[in-house]
Design a protein around this ligand. Structure first.
Ligand code: PLP
Length: 430
């Protein structure tokens, strides 16, 4: 499989380069030169396969030139070692629970798959591989858990001070070993800007073999396609299937678009956002106007300049009408989100996190105009990751053991400002 830069389709690299370099030198994003198509027979027989078998089939399409089949099988069995169950609220409204992994968010899929692919691709290099990652909350926890103790790889995580939940912060700052946390006095966009600048910095790239674990890395997207197939498999009624995706950087939604191009019969994607509604705005009027992010209670979606938008445009040949045909956008504020969390609990006795609740609102709105659709809402994280939001609304929320143990661990983080030069000297002196 080869990959081109969204800024220059003639700039083509192999899998190893796309994965380890993460961003093309022209600052575009890597896309597969050809999106593989799965056979209709495979799609029709999905119910015969386990999740791991489905993931292996999809992964093979991307990896088979670089890995032996047996390596792909063991890589998937190691990385995708938890399930993605669909829980139905009613006959037409379903929840795809993506929080059954170690950090309780969907980003575990991407992080674990990426860690497995990267550590293999980096074998035999002279410089240690260093993963530089900006997080608005959940990426960091998933990446830290995914890479913890992985041979020959270090991870440096940048997070916005005071803008991630206390438990999210613990997930980033308490693991130690090959994981280092940097607490940045700014927003997620500032963190992302620092990371982007470091990638373009010649001296830093001489010292480190740098790679990214943000959703800009193509190995984050590939495994995020797996569970669209898995969810479709679990639906009893496969007519008019719609996926509703609470979105920030739009990696999850882009992976869904890839699944459709690979042959999954999806009738629509719903892009659900909080007040950071740059993409729903674009879908409505054709103007793409990135702007600074604003903080919300669904903080993993507080993104003002979604990095995967360039990939989405690329998939539609930059045609607004094309994208509008496949995706419909909705945005909600924090008041509506809180009300939704309560409504979902009152009506269905289901505890939904603030990100999923934004998705629920969008799904309900879509359902008004499309009463026969079967909507799958992606529940992107476990509600216990957001206790300060959840508990005032619902009272006590049960905390899974793998999260509860973190609260007693001690936070270790280096504080830095948003100034690039200080970040740079910290990196160069490390
Ligand atoms: C990262 C994240 C999102 C946003 O996903 P994107 O792929 O960046 O659009 C939504 N919800 C949760 C809980 C997340 O961690």
């Amino acid at each position: 499989m080869r990959f081109y830069s969204t800024k220059n389709k003639e700039y083509i690299v192999d899998l190893k380069t796309a994965v380890l370099q993460s961003l093309p030198p022209d600052n575009g994003l890597y896309m597969p030169t050809q999106i593989p198509e799965l056979s209709e027979d495979f799609i029709n027989r999905l119910s015969k396969y386990s999740f791991q078998e489905i993931a292996t089939e999809v992964a093979k399409e991307y990896l088979e030139e670089d890995f032996e089949e047996s390596q792909i099988v063991s890589l998937i069995n190691h990385a995708i070692n938890f399930q993605a169950p669909v829980s139905s609220l009613d006959d037409q409204l379903h929840v795809l629970e993506l929080w059954h992994g170690p950090s309780l968010a969907f980003k575990d899929f991407g992080a674990r798959f990426m860690a497995a692919v990267m550590s293999r691709l980096a074998e035999g290099s002279d410089k240690r591989l260093t993963i530089l990652v900006a997080t608005s909350g959940d990426t960091g926890g998933a990446v830290a858990a995914g890479f913890l103790g992985v041979d020959n790889v270090d991870v440096i995580i940048l997070y916005p001070s005071g803008k991630v939940s206390p438990l999210q912060e613990k997930q980033l700052t308490t693991l130690g070993q090959n994981i280092t946390a940097l607490e940045i006095g700014g927003t997620f966009d500032d963190c992302q800007a620092l990371v982007k600048q470091a990638f373009l910095d010649k001296e830093i790239n001489e010292k480190y073999m740098l790679s990214s674990a943000n959703s800009i890395n193509i190995t984050r997207l590939i495994p995020q396609s797996f569970y669209y197939f898995e969810a479709y498999k679990q639906l009893e009624n496969k007519e008019e299937v719609v996926f509703c995706i609470p979105s920030g950087n739009f990696g999850n939604l882009t992976a869904g678009l890839l699944a459709k191009r690979m042959g999954l019969p999806v009738s629509k994607y719903i892009a659900a956002t909080n007040a950071n509604d740059v993409v729903p705005q674009y879908l409505q009027n054709g103007d793409y106007t990135p702007r600074p992010s604003v903080p919300t209670i669904s903080n993993a979606m507080d993104v003002g300049a979604p990095s995967n938008f360039r990939r989405m445009e690329d998939l539609y040949g930059h045609l607004w009408e094309g994208m509008k045909g496949d995706i419909v956008g909705y945005a909600y504020d924090d008041y509506q989100t809180r009300d939704a969390i309560k409504e979902i609990y009152d009506r269905y006795k289901y505890v939904m996190d603030p990100h999923g609740a934004v998705g629920y609102l969008a799904a309900k709105a879509y359902q008004k105009d499309h009463p026969h659709s079967n909507i799958v809402i992606l529940e992107t994280a476990h509600p216990a990751k957001f206790l300060p939001v959840m508990e005032p609304i619902l009272g006590t929320v049960e905390v899974p053991e793998r999260l509860a143990v973190l609260s007693d661990r001690e936070k270790v983080a280096h504080s830095l400002s948003t100034d690039y030069d200080s970040f740079r000297s910290w990196l160069m002196s490390k």
